[in-house]
Write a protein that binds this ligand. Structure first.
Ligand code: GDP
Ligand code: GDP
Length: 439
């Protein structure tokens, strides 16, 4: 499971600067897809071989009792509760403020592991920039410059060490490891996730696995359908949520992100009887950025008349056009209808995500694509695409080698993606194209 680092601090200390540095988007294409809502507060980062999730908690007003500040404080509290490590940022140029003290009190009560970080420290002496902050009683501060990058890698490595040190060894549930397709069911509250899990596993199974565990556990539940093995990733605890608990914590972005990152295929569940919401689009955005294979289940399809169904389909097509690569299934988790075809799409999305694409076949497909449509010149330069090889699976990455590939624009990149997708029948998985110029 990826460790979770939460960035906390009052406004303007440099949280989003640090967040951006840590999560620098790898895939610029994702950024411009129409209709896609990206949540700038949650992201994935990596130092060396170590991946992690990072949360920017935004502004922080622990004292507010209502309104938007109250909502933000609630979000912050949830993020802090779910993080492995809290990185508490203060401003080295401004020095200690009363607000910093309030936040310290809050963090102390929350009982999380806190790293105190003095930002904006470029060009300053450790002793002078940190002197003020010992008063907080959080030990020796770390010193960074988020803007320049000084100290950031060390900070992350330290925080990951702390995160791993605190973790109990991961429970290997049965023979779950490595068994079949790993599926994460995600969606906003009330779309029908637990109902679908019940339908997939059968009531008995749900009860059998309904054992107590901490909120941090990621549980893998193996199940079988039509002779095939699958593993359900239940980080969010959907299977254990009875009616009693429903009101408490219906949705956790962190757990959703963790489920996604551990799955091979994500099943995004939507509610046909409600409009597509901002939250649906956010979750879809997370899936897309993760690169995982995707199947969309439009649930609660029972009890809708034909006109209504057409209207819903049109609305989905418009709002979720960026999920063009995924299969949509119209199902009823409650009645159990449409589940067979849905599972078939999960199988084929997995197969596409894990496809092995040989260098000769990829190169042939590349040459075909270029013959059919050349990349545009940029000034006097015409990019030259020479050969392609596979750089990864789940998602498949096609690495294209050539000259002057910097001159290739996004629309040509999309054209190539489409061509590879069609040539190799890759339905249900994102496909990444990476360009590598030899000069
Ligand atoms: P947030 O409100 O905590 O998310 O803070 P921002 O990341 O928006 O940063 C607030 C201001 O501080 C911006 O003007 C940043 O450019 C500036 N800033 C952030 N990090 C540094 C740093 O390391 N050094 C300096 N000098 N300024 C910084
Ligand atoms: P979750 O929060 O995503 O896990 O959603 P639940 O599985 O708890 O379902 C929320 C509500 O939607 C419950 O009242 C379910 O009975 C209902 N529901 C779930 N699936 C369906 C369905 O396919 N059709 C209809 N009509 N209702 C459903």
């Amino acid at each position: 499971m990826k460790p979770v680092i939460a960035l906390v601090g009052r406004p303007n200390v440099g949280k989003s600067t640090l967040f951006n540095r840590l999560t620098r988007s790898r895939d610029a294409l994702v950024a411009d897809l129409p209709g896609l809502t990206r949540d700038r507060h949650y992201g994935e980062g990596r130092v060396g071989e170590r991946p992690f999730l990072v949360i920017d908690t935004g502004g922080f007003e622990p004292v507010a009792k209502e309104g938007i500040m109250y909502e933000m404080a609630k979000q912050t509290k949830q993020a802090v509760a779910e993080a492995d490590v809290v990185v508490f940022i203060v401003d080295g140029r401004q020095g200690l403020t009363p607000h910093d003290k309030t936040i310290t009190d809050f963090l102390r009560k929350a009982g999380r592991q806190v790293m105190l970080v003095v930002n904006k420290a470029e060009g300053m002496k450790y002793t002078s920039v940190t002197a003020d902050f010992y008063e907080l009683g959080l030990g020796d501060p770390y010193v960074i410059s988020a803007a320049h990058g000084d100290g950031v890698v060390d900070l992350v490595n330290e925080s990951l060490d702390i995160a791993f040190a605190q973790r109990a060894p991961e429970p290997e549930t049965e023979a779950a490891a490595g068994r079949g397709v790993k599926i994460a069911i995600v969606g906003r509250p009330n779309v029908g996730k637990s109902t679908l899990v019940n339908t997939l596993l059968g009531e008995d199974r749900v009860i059998a696995f309904d054992m107590p565990g901490t909120t941090r556990d990621s549980i893998e539940i193996p199940f079988e359908r039509e002779g095939k093995h699958y593993t359900l990733i239940d980080t969010a605890g959907i299977r254990r949520r009875g009616k009693v608990f429903e009101a408490i914590e219906k949705f956790s972005v962190v757990k959703t992100l963790q489920s996604i990152s551990e799955a091979n295929v994500v099943l995004l569940l939507l509610d046909a009887q409600q409009d597509i919401s901002e939250q649906d689009a956010h979750i879809a955005g997370f899936v897309l950025e993760s690169g995982r294979a995707l199947v969309v289940g439009v649930n609660k399809w029972d009890g809708l008349d034909a006109d209504k169904r057409d209207a819903i389909k049109m609305d989905m097509e418009r709002k979720l056009s960026f999920l063009f690569f995924a299969k949509f299934h119209f199902i009823s988790a409650l009645k159990g209808s449409g589940i067979g075809p849905l599972m078939k799409s999960i199988d084929s999305a997995y197969a596409a995500a894990m496809a092995k694409l040989s260098t000769p076949r990829l190169t042939r497909a590349l040459i075909e694509a270029v013959e059919h449509q050349q990349p545009r010149r940029k000034g006097s330069i015409r990019p030259k695409l020479r050969y392609a090889h596979q750089g990864g699976q789940n998602p498949p990455i096609v690495v294209i080698h050539g000259n002057a590939l910097d001159a290739i624009d996004d629309s040509y990149k999309r054209y190539l993606e489409k061509h590879f997708r069609e040539t190799f029948s890759l339905v249900g998985t994102p496909l990444r194209i990476e360009l590598r110029s030899s000069k």
